[in-house]
Ligand binder design. Structure first.
Ligand code: DP6
Length: 341
């Protein structure tokens, strides 16, 4: 608790508002995109400050994400709604959000109204906690007129959810592991490289509730998986390989490394006890289709997070062939272009 309070206090010191917990307007607004990690974050070295065991790199999907409106209200409790529907106080999502907001109340009595809209058209299994906490932090910055740099807002978003630290940026973003105990060097930054040809395919297998959330899943993996010992080293190596591939416009190395990284992370989940298997039979069918396309020299790779859906990495020139192959097998797919809207 003390370390968390010190962390937040330190971050708000550079605010343009000299009393950073006094609202400067009636309502703050923030929007942020979802992101897909190409080299994954899996495991915390410090739970209180949400510090990762390894760094990660992601690509954001503009147009898909969260818009949040934040209003101070005279009420006993926060009023939180998601896509126009009020959430019960005890909903896991609402409880976690209220606990995060506790750090930004000027006195214990004050409450917030939080209206959150996810602009994920098909809810294709894309994590919304990342865009959710990034949008909330931007709404806080707006409401309190902090005018903090994105990197500082990234530190605040990390505190809500690790992957949210990367959702402050469009395009590629690196979340640095950092080495300081106070966590001030573990934030995300954009990688200023554009890949106009990059196409993401969203393969929707299942949009139901996750069996185990990422926070609990990674904790259980760190505690019970022997294979996890090799993860930190591989994760840092993959991170460097992918950053170099992005900078040198090497799609093949980026794709290969991202797929290998995702499968290695899933291997640690599966080798956890009790086992955590996010895959469904349809996930494996989609993977096999990706592998068979590669045998036909259509260069497509996949990555997966803590859920059964696949995210494909391909180049625009191969989109029609990939679309045809998935449609022929009756597997739903939707394409997005991170660098052209
Ligand atoms: C598999 O960021 O959701 O998507 O920090 O506990 O909120 P918390 O976890 P979260 O974990 C994301 C895990 C992942 C990989 C990634 O996005 O890097």
């Amino acid at each position: 608790q003390k370390r968390q309070a010190a962390f937040i206090r330190h971050l708000l010191q550079s605010s343009k508002n000299s009393s950073p917990l006094t609202p400067q307007k009636a309502c703050g607004v923030g929007t942020a995109p979802v992101n897909i990690a190409l080299s994954k974050y899996w495991g915390k070295r410090d739970k209180a400050l949400n510090l990762p065991i390894n760094g990660s790199v992601s690509i954001s999907l503009p147009g898909l994400g969260t818009e949040t409106r934040l209003k101070p209200i005279n009420a006993e409790k926060d009023r939180i709604s998601l896509n126009g529907k009020p959430l019960a106080d005890n909903a896991v999502f609402a409880e976690r959000l209220s606990r995060f907001l506790d750090w930004f109340r000027d006195d214990r009595e004050s409450a917030f109204e939080v209206e959150t809209h996810n602009t994920v058209p098909t809810a294709a299994g894309l994590a919304s906690s990342a865009s959710g906490y990034a949008a909330l932090v931007l709404a806080l910055d707006d409401l309190f007129d902090w005018q903090l740099p994105k990197e500082t807002l990234s530190l605040l978003a990390r505190f809500g959810s690790g992957s949210a630290s990367r959702s402050l940026f469009n395009g590629f973003a690196i979340w640095h592991r950092g080495s300081r105990e106070d966590g001030l060097d573990s934030f995300a930054e954009p990688l200023q490289v554009e890949w106009p040809d990059l196409t993401i395919g969203l393969v929707k297998v299942n949009t139901g509730e996750k069996p185990v959330g990422s926070t609990a899943g990674m904790q259980q993996t760190v505690e019970t998986c022997d294979l996890y010992q090799s993860w930190p080293q591989q994760a840092e190596r993959d991170l460097q390989t992918i950053i170099n591939a992005i900078k040198s416009n090497d799609f093949s190395t980026m794709g290969k490394t991202a797929e290998h990284n995702a499968l290695s992370m899933h291997a640690t989940m599966i080798a956890t006890w009790p086992p955590i298997v996010y895959w469904q039979p349809e996930s494996l069918s989609a993977m096999q289709l990706v592998w068979s396309l590669r045998e036909q020299n259509i260069e497509v790779y996949f990555t997966m997070d803590a859920g059964p859906n696949l995210k494909l990495l391909l180049q625009e020139k191969d989109r029609a062939a990939v679309q045809k192959a998935f449609q022929e097998r009756g597997i739903g797919i939707e394409f997005l272009h991170p660098f052209s809207g």
